[in-house]
Design a protein around this ligand. Structure first.
Ligand code: ACO
Length: 430
């Protein structure tokens, strides 16, 4: 007879235990009862990099990595990319349902009326070196915002949380565009609340004086890219958001931590690395020797934009971006690196090394090509990831704070160091 439990026999003691299986998981704490004797701490799980540990229960994003499925609140990413816009998707991710027209308009109004940042932020930005990486500037200025909104520390007040969520989603494009303009020595362009979220961001980035005319194809492409990047369940940066947020610090500080995690080349920095890689390869005839180098490097050299911890199939976001590239290139002109990328993908997908390890293009493989064609410099790529992911991070943070099972994140360790020894004064050390 089937039963939702797991029987465990400890061969050290011969004792048998039964632990409950719930939602395909067992509670790690249920293993603590498994001991060899009274002084024993009890059994723990060992899971470096959390490859098989669920850290929370969530109702936001569903991924089936084997089938290449990504849904936000149950809605397939393909339908949202086709029919929704970023703000509506952010509402869905944050509040769980698609908004009515009135709800959408109220939400969009709240966001567009929080886009300005305090003038002191400009001075803060001015302190960065002329060539400071915009992601470093974004991370620092978001952290600095916590000092402008000290009330944000009241994280158990749901209304207060909501206000900070609106502020963060609204201000992050402004900070991002200011960081870019600082790095190119251009005066900051202020938000234009009459434009859409993405249209406003484009004008804050690229306005050169006079009125900036937003190209509808590029605006739509940015909407789609922002939808695709809005959330991705418990990835490295979201885990940072939840982990840091679990200390009950204000959301600006937690978002700064999430941005730091996203900055890494194995996470949000990957699309920048893809472009560097394509530049370095230089031409299609160099691809076979590059692939050979990847395969013989023992994991040192990676085909950037390939592989994913969760997707063992084509990343559904990469499919949408690849299709969209043609529409963007019709406006901007074809990115010459596209041909290298397409050939690289073709060769890799036929190569036994990549097939065996189930390595497929991920979201970063084609997104950088589009961003570059749109005029974004390479070091803005991770920033372009952080802007839409802010809604996902905040939704996950809010969900965590409402979850009675959550506590401050505090993993255990397996200590393998010296157990105990006595201090030796410096003069007595050989
Ligand atoms: N190129 C070449 N080999 C790879 C790649 C790659 N891109 N990715 C994984 N492998 C190989 C590893 O060397 C390893 O081989 P081995 O079994 O012979 O040792 C095997 O595939 C498994 O790799 P892991 O590193 O264990 O896989 P993991 O799930 O830990 O890593 C990651 C996932 C970090 C995304 C990895 O695939 C990678 O480094 N990809 C390139 C960077 C990248 O594109 N990151 C963006 C991810 S999407 C995102 O964050 C938005």
């Amino acid at each position: 007879m089937s039963k939702d439990s797991l029987s465990i026999t400890d061969n050290r003691t011969g004792k048998t235990y039964e632990v409950v299986i719930d939602n395909g998981t067992i509670k790690a704490l249920d293993l603590r009862q498994i001991k060899v004797g009274d002084g024993d701490f009890g059994l723990m799980t060992y899971d470096p990099a959390f490859t098989n540990t669920a850290s929370c229960k969530s109702r936001i994003t569903f991924i089936d990595g084997d089938r290449g499925v990504l849904n936000y609140r149950g809605y397939p990413i393909e339908q949202l990319a086709e029919q929704s816009n970023y703000l509506e998707t952010a509402y869905l991710i944050l509040l769980g349902e698609l908004p009515s027209r009135a709800q959408y308009e109220g939400f969009a109004h709240s966001i567009t009326h929080h886009t300005l940042v305090h003038e002191n932020i400009k001075e803060l930005m001015g302190g960065f070196r002329y060539d400071a990486h915009p992601m470093g500037m974004l991370m620092s200025t978001v952290a600095a915002l916590s000092t402008f909104y000290p009330e944000a520390k009241h994280i158990h007040d749901a209304r207060n949380r909501k206000e900070q969520i609106f502020r963060l989603i609204a201000k992050i494009p402004t900070l991002a565009a200011f960081a870019y303009r600082h790095s190119v020595g251009m005066p900051y362009a202020y938000p234009d609340n009459d434009l859409s979220y993405c249209g406003n961001f484009l004008q804050m980035m690229f306005k050169m004086g006079g009125r900036y005319k937003v190209n509808p194809v590029l605006e739509r492409a940015l909407e789609v890219l922002f939808i695709l990047h809005a959330d991705h369940e418990q990835n490295c940066s979201t885990s940072a958001m939840r982990g840091v947020g679990s200390s009950e610090v204000d959301p600006y500080s937690s978002i700064a931590a999430a941005i730091a995690a996203l900055y890494g080349p194995l996470h949000g920095g990957a699309n920048e690395q893809v472009l560097h890689m394509l530049h370095d390869i230089g031409s299609k005839d160099k691809i076979p020797s590059f692939i050979k180098g990847v395969k013989t490097s023992g994991g040192e050299v990676r085909l950037m934009g390939f592989g994913h911890r969760v997707y063992k199939n084509y990343d559904p976001r990469a499919k949408i971006i690849k299709r969209m590239a043609d529409q963007v290139f019709e406006v901007t002109g074809r990115n010459p690196l596209l041909d290298i990328a397409l050939e690289l993908e073709r060769i890799a997908l036929e190569d036994e090394y990549f097939v065996k390890r189930k390595l497929y293009p991920n979201v970063d493989f084609y997104s950088g090509l589009i961003y570059q064609a749109m005029g974004f410099p390479l070091d803005m790529f991770p920033v372009l990831f952080a802007i839409p992911r802010t809604s996902g991070w905040l939704a996950q943070w809010d969900e965590m704070l409402e979850d009675k099972e959550q506590k401050i994140a505090r993993p255990r360790q397996v200590y393998l160091g010296v157990q105990r020894r006595d201090y030796v004064p410096l003069v007595a050390r050989s």
